[in-house]
Ligand binder design. Structure first.
Ligand code: AGP
Length: 610
C-alpha cells in the first residue's frame, strides 16, 4: 500500500513530511516524493528508490513551504520510476495529488483527458486525478474541483491534494482506503496511518467513507461527497506506534487475512473495468493465443499451489493442457518447452531464485513468458515480457495469505479469457463466469466472519503430532495450501492427500483422534466421493473438521466432528473462502502454541537463494 502524509501549519513542511513517510515504511514502497506550496507555486521532488534517495536530493536544497503533501509509492500501474512516483501535478503545476489505492476506470478517464488535449507524464492511474481536478479548478475553488473529480472516479482511494494559489489548504478524500486527520496546535496533519503523525498529536479524525476534508493550519472542515458539512468525533489515539503499523491487529498475518476482500477487489477492479477482461501488461488476444498450444507453470510454495489451481481451472474451462512444476524441479529436468508454450511464473515477491531461474530457462527456450507477481519492478516482473499484477498490497507476514487468493482470482480470470478467445464459452457462460469474480470479496468474507469458530477448532488440533488435509480436484489444491500454512506457522507436521489416495497407504497412519481436515466444497460427484473418504477415516477413529458449502450441510453434518460452512458460491472460486478458513486455522493454532507468527523459524519472506 502507498503511504500519504500532509501538513499545513506554522512550520516548514519538508522534514515533517519526510519523517512521517519514514514511519509508514512498513507499508512497503518503491519510490517517494513531496510537493510543497510556497509563493503561489508548487515544487515537487520525487524519485524512484527509498526515502534516502529523496532526502539525498533535498540535502542542502532550499525547500520553503508550510503546506505540503508527501507519498511513498507501492507500484500498481506503471513500474517504479521517477516519473511514476507521486505527487503528480497538473500540466501547469497548479495542482498536486498523492493517492493510495486504484482508479479502476482510469483508462476511460485518461482517453477523455487526452482527447481534450492533456499530455500525460506518467504511466500511473493517479495522474488522471491531477488533470481532472485541474479541469474543474477555476483558481480558488479547490474544494469544489476535488468534489467534482471524485464523483468521476471508480475504485478505492485516499487522496491529498494541494493548489499553488491556495496555500495553507489541503483537501483530503477517503474512499475505501484509510486516511486520518491529526489535530495539532496551529497546525494540522493528514496521513494514511497513525504512525506518521503520532509524534505530533494523538488527537485524530478517522475519516469515514466518502468524506472530503478541507484542512488548514487552524481548521478542519469535513464534508460529504456533495459538500454538505458533516461532523466527526475527535479520537484520542492510545495505541503505540508499533501497534498502529498493524492497524490494531496482533499480527501482520491476521491483518493481511482480513485485507483479502479489499485485496481481491483491488486485483480484479481494473482488469474488469470494461466490458471484457483486460490485463494491463498482457495483451491477450486471438493472435497471441493462436501461437500457444500448451501452458507450463512453475512456482514455489504457496504460489505453486496457486499454480496447481491454475492448471485445474484452465484445463476445465479453456481446455488448454497445462503442466505445472515446483520451480526447483522445473529448472533441472530439461523441460519440454518451445515457442508454442506459454510459460507462467507465479510469485508473490517476484524475487524467488528458483522461479526466476525457471523463467530464464523458459525464455531461452523460446517460450512466451508471463509472470503473475505482487511486486511491480521485481526481478521476475522485470524479466518477463507479459505480466499480470496481484494488487494485494505489501505482504509483510512470511506466511502468504492475500497473495494466494489474489493469484487465484488472476488465474481464474486468465482461464475465462483463454476460454473466450478459444471459443469454449458462449457469451452467456462468459458473462456468468465473469460476474462470479465480482462476488469474490463477499465469498471471502463468508470465511473471515467465522474467525471465532475457527479459533475453537484450532485449539482442538494444537496438541496434535500430525494433521492430514484431504480434498479432491480444486479442494486438493486447498488442502495442500492449508497443510503448508499449518506446517510453517505451528511447526506441526501436516500432509495433504487427494482424499481418494488415503486407502492406498496413508490411512495406515490413522488412529483414534488423528485430526483430518476435509475440504469438500466442490459439487455433487466430488462431494459424494470425499464424503465416502470421510466415513473411511471416521471408521478408523479420526477427528474430522470439514469445510463445505451451506447447501450441503444436511448431507455432511452428521458425518464429521466439526463443520465450517461457506457461502453457496461457484465451485471455481470456493478455494478462496476455504483457503482463508485454513489460513485462520493455521494462524490460531500458531498463536495457541505461542509461535512467532509473522516470522516463523527458519523461514524468509523471499527465498532469493537456491
Ligand atoms: C508461503 O506461505 C511461504 N512463505 C512460501 O512457501 C512462499 O510461498 C514461497 O517461498 C514462494 O514465494 P514467492 O511467492 O514470493 O515466490
Amino acid at each position: 500500500m502507498c503511504g500519504i502524509v500532509g501538513y499545513v501549519g506554522y512550520q516548514d513542511a519538508t522534514d515533517i513530511l519526510l519523517n512521517g513517510l519514514a514511519k509508514l515504511d512498513y507499508r512497503g514502497y518503491d519510490s517517494a516524493g513531496i510537493a510543497l506550496v510556497h509563493n503561489n507555486q508548487i515544487k515537487i521532488d520525487k524519485y524512484k528508490g527509498k526515502l534516502e534517495v529523496l532526502a539525498g536530493h533535498l540535502e542542502g536544497e532550499n525547500r520553503p513551504g508550510k503546506t505540503g503533501i508527501g507519498h511513498t509509492r507501492w507500484a500498481t500501474h506503471g513500474k517504479p520510476s521517477d516519473a511514476n512516483a507521486h505527487p503528480h501535478p497538473s500540466e501547469d503545476m497548479s495542482i498536486a495529488v498523492v493517492h493510495n489505492g486504484i482508479v479502476e476506470n482510469y483508462k476511460s478517464l485518461k482517453n477523455e483527458l487526452i482527447e481534450n488535449g492533456v499530455t500525460f507524464a506518467s504511466e500511473t492511474d493517479t495522474e488522471v486525478i491531477s488533470h481532472l481536478v485541474r479541469s474543474y479548478f477555476d483558481g480558488n475553488n479547490i474544494l469544489e474541483a476535488v468534489s467534482k473529480t471524485v464523483k468521476r472516479l471508480k475504485g478505492a482511494y485516499a487522496l491529498c491534494i494541494c493548489a499553488a494559489n491556495e496555500p495553507g489548504k489541503i483537501v483530503a478524500v477517503k474512499k475505501d482506503n484509510p486516511l486520518i486527520i491529526g489535530i495539532g496546535e496551529n497546525e494540522n496533519f493528514v496521513a494514511s496511518d497513525v504512525p506518521a503523525i503520532i509524534e505530533h498529536t494523538r488527537q485524530i479524525y478517522t475519516l469515514s467513507q466518502g468524506t472530503i476534508a478541507l484542512v488548514t493550519a487552524d481548521s478542519v472542515e469535513l464534508f460529504d461527497e456533495d459538500l454538505n458539512p458533516i461532523t466527526a468525533q475527535v479520537e484520542q489515539v492510545t495505541w503505540s506506534a508499533e501497534a498502529a503499523t498493524k492497524a490494531g491487529y496482533e499480527h501482520f498475518m491476521l491483518k493481511e487475512i482480513y485485507e483479502q476482500p479489499d485485496a481481491l477487489q483491488n486485483t480484479f477492479g481494473s482488469i474488469l473495468d470494461g466490458e471484457a477482461i483486460e490485463f494491463e501488461d498482457f495483451p491477450l488476444d486471438k493472435e497471441l493465443l493462436s501461437g500457444i498450444s500448451r501452458i507450463y507453470m512453475a512456482a514455489c510454495g504457496t504460489a505453486y499451489y496457486a499454480a496447481s489451481y491454475g492448471k485445474q481451472i484452465i484445463e476445465k474451462i479453456a481446455r488448454i493442457p497445462v503442466e505445472i512444476d515446483v520451480a526447483s524441479e522445473f529448472r533441472y529436468k530439461n523441460p519440454i518447452i518451445s515457442e508454442d508454450t506459454l510459460f507462467v511464473a507465479v510469485s508473490q515477491s517476484g524475487e524467488t531464485a528458483d522461479t526466476l531461474e525457471s523463467l530464464r530457462l523458459a525464455t531461452t527456450s523460446g517460450a512466451k513468458v508471463l509472470s503473475i507477481t505482487n511486486v511491480i519492478g521485481s526481478a521476475i516482473d522485470r524479466e518477463t515480457r507479459y505480466a499480470i499484477h496481484t494488487n494485494a498490497g505489501p505482504e509483510i507476514a512470511v506466511a502468504s495469505t492475500k497473495a494466494f487468493t489474489t493469484q487465484v482470482i488472476c488465474l481464474y480470470l486468465l482461464a475465462i479469457e483463454l476460454a473466450r478467445l478459444s471459443g469454449k464459452l458462449t457469451p452467456e457462460e462468459y458473462k456468468g463466469y465473469r460476474k462470479a469474480a465480482f462476488d469474490a470479496p463477499e465469498y471471502a468474507k463468508s470465511a473471515i466472519t467465522q474467525n471465532d469458530a475457527i479459533k475453537e477448532i484450532a485449539l482442538k488440533i494444537a496438541e496434535a503430532q500430525s494433521v492430514f488435509f484431504i480434498g479432491r480436484g480444486v479442494d486438493f489444491c486447498c488442502a495442500q495450501e492449508g497443510s503448508l500454512k499449518l506446517k510453517e506457522l505451528s511447526y506441526i507436521h501436516a500432509e495433504a492427500y487427494q482424499s481418494g489416495e488415503l486407502k492406498h497407504g496413508p490411512i495406515a497412519l490413522l488412529q483414534d483422534g488423528s485430526p483430518v481436515i476435509a475440504v469438500c466444497t466442490q459439487s455433487t460427484e466430488l462431494f459424494d466421493k470425499t464424503l465416502n473418504n470421510i466415513k473411511e477415516v471416521k471408521a478408523r477413529g479420526a477427528y474430522v473438521f470439514a469445510i463445505a458449502k451451506k447447501h450441503m450441510e444436511s448431507e455432511i453434518i452428521d458425518e464429521v466432528d466439526d463443520l465450517l460452512l461457506i457461502d453457496d458460491g461457484p465451485d471455481e472460486l470456493s478455494l478462496i473462502p476455504a483457503a482463508i478458513a485454513l489460513q485462520l486455522l493455521a494462524y490460531h493454532t500458531a498463536v495457541a502454541l505461542e509461535r512467532d507468527v509473522d516470522k516463523p523459524r527458519n523461514l524468509a519472506k523471499s527465498v532469493t537463494v537456491e
